[in-house]
Design a protein around this ligand. Structure first.
Ligand SMILES: Nc1ncnc2c1ncn2[C@@H]1O[C@H](COP(=O)(O)OP(=O)(O)OP(=O)(O)O)[C@@H](O)[C@H]1O
Ligand SMILES: [Mg+2]
Ligand SMILES: [Zn+2]
Length: 509
């Protein structure tokens, strides 16, 4: 007899419907899985057989053929164990064959019949909801993740017998309650009030956070670059539910979300080591999984000791930085992930670190210096909107007791600036200034004559690229938003231009 069970699969972040067809026919006992299964799917045989027997069901000693349709999509992982086992039960009339029809099933089986959690439940259910599915059965471990999806009733089961009882009508199904979501402020980070002096760098960090812009900190050892970068999460704008879902989808396929951390509450802050491979950074590997740039989506990617990163890895960042997405192509699959991150990079001005410091201690030769800076290519530098120089804070600042402005106050301004941006870009499919396209800029970043003239002068004087021109305009838009001004004024342009002066000073000529 033939039974069909609905399940789901993932290709990148996009889910697709999978029909699990189980055919039980007379003949020598056999168990064949077809439909592009990976090793984990093929190994379901042992788990399914033991789980059925240990749950008190009969495992048919006949010829079993399991087909996962559509045949041209790769099926990965252990999530088909539960649908296969239920398919066998339906095909052998151990449960009413039509009882499973209205549900979608996902879950791995343990040998004793327990249902185990799986990765990627959130993106699968979001896609499932879009394709009109109303009821899903998921592992208890994934219940919290499933609880956030509206318009879909999710039921959590802890064992195969529980799932079977539910289908036989012997158990009352308890839909999982909709999750209550509320974004949280970052905790456990350095407060901006503890960073002495460095007003210019703090201001740049505020603008970067407000508009989602990239930031480069260049400075002597001990000037507080790493300290400042690590304090940035404390001033990042509050997360919206839609952003939280987007972030969570990516982390869900990495299996980073189980139990209480079922949905993102804060923006991610990722700080990979400079030894990180290109695949670790941008994504890849045999399963085409997302990399750090996608795990930092809607948050911060902090690259400390920037020139120490492998050249290939840095160059691989360029396209995603422009597009906000990354496409990974592997022999068997192609996955596309969002990667709208705010890059914060930190570096010394020269190999010894002391170039341009208060005491002239640098002994590096000009060629050593230019080779060092050359590791950060021109096109990469061009994509970083705000460059700031930091030198060690003076004694007065360090010893001074005057407390700086706390992160909460800065964050309030950042939030207000983001609200202004969200309202302005309603219906445009973007949320913040760093996402503005050329076409958007004509409409949303008009300059008055004076501002236009100023930008023109700076463009020639600093020898800026066309890309830098656009980026200066976006930063000026953010500065105006932080100042609460709808029009971009000359002083906003002037400040934005000033953040590009390092191109010339360190990399120019
Ligand atoms: N502006 C500052 N206010 C308060 N403390 C500071 C400041 N700058 C540096 N410090 C202190 O000095 C320590 C070292 O700073 P940090 O590690 O951020 O320097 P860095 O610029 O990253 O140096 P390196 O180039 O060596 O990586 C900090 O942990 C902090 O204790
Ligand atoms: Mg450092
Ligand atoms: Zn030096």
């Amino acid at each position: 007899m033939l039974a069909k069970i609905h399940s789901f699969g993932l290709s990148g972040l996009l889910g697709f419907a999978v029909e699990v067809e189980v055919d039980v026919s007379p003949g020598l006992p056999a168990y064949d899985t077809v439909g592009l299964p990976d090793a984990a799917v093929r190994e379901s045989r042992e788990r399914v057989r033991s789980a059925l027997r240990n749950s008190g069901f009969e495992f048919p000693m006949r010829r079993l053929t399991i087909n996962l349709a559509p045949a041209d999509m790769k099926k990965e992982g252990t999530l088909y164990d539960l649908p296969i086992a239920l398919g066998i039960l339906a095909a052998t009339a151990q449960i009413p064959p039509e009882s499973a029809e209205e549900y979608l099933f996902l879950g791995e089986l343990a040998l004793d019949g327990a249902v185990r959690g799986i990765n990627g439940v959130l993106p699968m259910l979001i896609s499932a909801r879009e394709s009109g599915i109303k009821k899903v059965i998921v592992p208890v471990e994934n219940a919290a993740e499933a609880a956030h999806i509206g318009d879909i009733s999710a039921y959590a089961v802890s064992s195969l017998s529980e799932a079977a009882a539910l289908l036989r009508g012997q158990a009352e199904a308890l839909p999982i309650a909709r999750g209550e979501w509320k974004g949280e402020a970052a905790e456990g980070y350095t407060d901006f009030a503890d960073i002495k002096g460095q007003q210019g760098a703090k201001r740049a960090a505020e603008i970067a956070a407000a508009g989602g812009h990239n930031l480069l900190l260049v400075g002597t050892p001990g000037s507080g670059k790493t300290m400042l970068a690590k304090a940035i999460p404390s001033i990042l704008p509050a997360l919206t539910f839609e952003e939280a879902l987007e972030i969570t989808k990516i982390h869900s396929i990495m299996g980073n979300l189980r139990g209480s951390d079922s949905i993102a509450l804060r923006r991610p802050f990722r700080s990979p080591h400079h030894n990180a491979s290109t695949a670790a950074l941008v994504g890849g590997g045999s399963k085409a999984l997302p990399g750090e740039i996608s795990l930092a989506h809607f948050g911060v990617l902090f690259l400390d000791e920037f020139p120490e990163f492998q050249k290939d890895a840095l160059e691989a960042l360029r396209q995603p930085m422009e597009d906000g997405t990354v496409t990974i192509t592997r022999a068997a699959m192609r996955a596309c992930y969002p990667a709208q991150f705010m890059l914060v990079a930190a570096m010394n001005p020269c190999p010894c670190g002391y170039y341009g410091g208060r005491q002239d201690r640098c002994r590096c030769t000009p060629s050593q210096i230019s080779r060092y800076r050359g590791r950060v290519s021109g096109p990469m530098l061009d994509r970083i909107d705000l460059h700031v120089e930091m030198t060690e804070v003076g004694y007065e600042d360090i010893a001074g007791r005057a407390p700086g402005e706390p992160s909460a106050a800065i964050r309030a301004r950042v939030d207000a600036a983001r609200d202004r941006q969200r309202a302005r870009y309603q219906g445009e499919g973007i949320l913040f200034n760093a996402q503005l396209t050329e076409a958007h800029m004509q409409r949303f970043c008009p300059l008055d004559d004076k501002a236009e003239a100023l930008l023109k002068r700076a463009f020639t004087a600093l020898d800026l690229s066309a890309r830098a021109y656009g980026r200066v305009r976006k930063v000026a838009r953010t500065i105006a938003d932080v100042e609460g001004s709808e029009v971009i004024r000359p002083e906003h342009i002037a400040e934005a231009v000033q953040y590009r002066s390092l191109d010339r000073k360190y990399w120019g000529g």
